[in-house]
Design a protein around this ligand. Structure first.
Ligand SMILES: Cc1cc2nc3c(=O)[nH]c(=O)nc-3n(C[C@H](O)[C@H](O)[C@H](O)COP(=O)(O)OP(=O)(O)OC[C@H]3O[C@@H](n4cnc5c(N)ncnc54)[C@H](O)[C@@H]3O)c2cc1C
Ligand code: FES
Length: 510
């Protein structure tokens, strides 16, 4: 597997981006990022009469939206009893309602714009397989009721998965790239421009705009950073969220062998599952989970023996013994915020700049609910969800302290000792030369690719990700290509500094 693993969804090609023209440089709103968040916001703004340009450096659905598993859930998997602790009972209720409204909006847009994307309402099940989690399960049941979700309990398990379950009605699933293509067509019909360009910084205040990689600028009345993780200089929320790698597999199963549902368990790391119709009349069983913090692969106590995909297949066979060899295996990045809810709203750092980040594994509904919320804020109106998702909210919790203590340890990595051993073919290592650390990758042809190991975001040392063949930063989740050092995931706005490999001994980088 490499850093560019292909998901099941990518078999469907996304619509192309247009070339930037001079009239794009003066929009009412410029949105950076054409994933579900950027495209949904663009459509809602255009419906409200705004002139919008969306830029993306990697194409429509060039980021995590193409790597999702596409559960649409108002039964949030971060647990309602925790959301109550962080946001109060009213906040937990509002969170459930806002995600339910996002699913309604997706359904409504599918109908209004005749989008054929396999959207279907299905029940969602939380299953408590391990008796150790029984107390937490009871707690969650009570909190979910208080949040207004009315889950139905059963103690009969599902398939070979034993244990009590909570059934949540009115959840949904869809094909994310078919949906996005439909939204883009609708937005284009409203006059939205989708153009190829890379943003390197964003300004607000009296002269808002986006600086592009070629040094030119797009001016706008307001800027929305919907790049999954903000990359701009003055964004200060990186310490309030943490990046996790997450994994998915898909294999065909006979139609009807598994109920059409969403299901997730209470293990840590957890597992989840859903179905997707296949073109040959069978169904794809999509199984995901097995997360770990980016740049910090579990070692030693690794419950998966280093292979999250085998672990997912093992788990899938408990639910569906006929689950065969996966035809797709892919990975992606989840951004966990400190308090379970995304940061959607005005950027605390500068006026007229708005952000969407911190998906918490519910980025499809977070990205969708951002559409009415940011449309209201950009137009100077209030919104019932504003305070709940406000990026400036101040709430501390233990996870936040742990995540930051953990990031601080990664900065200390600069002081450690590297191992200058030869780098084997197909693998990478960080080696130390004097005060400097180098990220060295030797490809399958024996060619060495060398970069500074210093993450251009805030200076942590990148780690080699052997499974996905990429350089991953353990501090805030930036990831870089093994052969070109280019950014795969932000917040870094630029790639690793390349180094020339000199001399006959190709292990020498200078
Ligand atoms: C494996 C996996 C499973 C998931 N499962 C679910 C699920 O079941 N339900 C759910 O709700 N959520 C799920 N999520 C989360 C959800 O898919 C994401 O949060 C969501 O798709 C992110 O959408 P986005 O628009 O914010 O970002 P992206 O889709 O990442 O879009 C951001 C865009 O910005 C562009 N960009 C970035 N930087 C720049 C720049 N400097 N200049 C120009 N363009 C730039 C990128 O190219 C990209 O196209 C899952 C995620 C993963 C990885
Ligand atoms: S992502 Fe922040 S230091 Fe690397």
């Amino acid at each position: 597997m490499n850093a560019q693993s292909r998901s099941l969804w990518m078999e469907r090609q996304s619509p192309p981006l247009d070339t930037l023209v001079e009239t794009d440089r003066d929009a009412q709103v410029c949105i950076v990022g054409a994933g579900i968040a950027g495209v949904s916001i663009a459509l809602a703004l255009a419906e409200a009469g705004q002139r919008v340009v969306v830029i993306d450096r990697a194409g429509i659905a060039g980021g995590e939206t193409a790597r999702t598993s596409a559960h649409l859930a108002s039964a949030l998997d971060d647990r309602f009893y925790r959301l109550e602790r962080w946001h109060g009972a009213d906040g937990a209720q509002l969170a459930a309602r806002s995600h339910a409204a996002a699913i309604d909006r997706i359904e409504e847009w599918c109908t209004r714009y005749r989008i054929d994307c396999d959207f279907r309402r299905v029940p969602g099940y939380l299953v408590c397989g391990d008796p150790e989690h029984r107390q937490e399960f009871e707690r969650e049941q009570a909190a979910a009721v208080r949040a207004g979700l009315a889950p139905e309990r059963s103690d009969n398990g599902i398939g070979d998965l034993a244990g009590p379950t909570l059934r949540f009605d009115n959840q949904a699933r869809f094909h994310p790239l078919s949906y996005l293509a439909g939204l883009v067509a609708a937005a284009r019909a409203w006059g939205v421009r989708f153009v190829g360009a890379e943003a390197v910084d964003v300004d607000g205040g009296t002269s808002p705009g986006v600086t592009l990689a070629d040094g030119s600028r797009i001016g706008a009345g307001a800027v929305v950073v919907a790049a999954n993780v903000p990359f701009h200089r003055r964004f200060a929320l990186h310490t309030k969220q943490a990046a996790y790698r997450t994994f998915v597999i898909a294999a065909r199963v006979p139609a009807g062998s598994v109920p059409d549902m969403l299901l997730w368990d209470m293990e840590d790391p957890y597992h989840y599952v859903r179905l997707q119709p296949a073109s040959d009349g069978s169904e794809w069983l999509i199984v995901g989970g097995a997360d770990h913090k980016t740049g910090q692969e579990p070692r030693g106590s690794d419950p998966f023996g280093g292979d999250p995909f085998s672990e997912l297949a093992r788990w899938a066979r408990q639910l569906c013994p006929g689950f065969g060899e996966p035809e797709y295996a892919w990975s992606g990045q989840i951004i966990e915020p400190i308090d379970g809810l995304a940061f959607i709203g005005a950027d605390p750092g500068q006026r007229q700049v708005y952000v969407v980040s911190g998906d918490s594994g519910n980025g499809l509904t977070h990205g969708t609910l951002a559409a009415p919320l940011l449309t209201a804020l950009i137009r100077g109106e209030g919104h019932a969800w504003r305070d709940l998702y406000d990026p400036a909210r101040k709430r501390l919790n233990a996870t936040w302290l742990e995540e930051n203590a953990n990031a601080a340890v990664q900065y200390r990595d600069w002081l450690g000792h590297g191992d200058a051993a030869a780098v084997a073919m197909g693998s990478g290592a960080v080696v130390r030369h004097g005060l400097h650390r180098f990220a060295l990758y030797r490809d399958d042809n024996g060619e060495l690719h060398a970069f500074s190991a210093r993450c251009p975001h805030l200076g942590c040392v990148v780690h080699w990700n052997a499974l996905e063949r990429s350089w991953d930063c353990p501090c805030h989740g930036s990831r870089f290509g093994a052969t070109d050092g280019q950014v795969l995931n932000g917040p870094a706005a630029s790639g690793l500094d390349p180094l020339e490999v000199v001399g006959e001994n190709r292990d020498d980088a200078a």
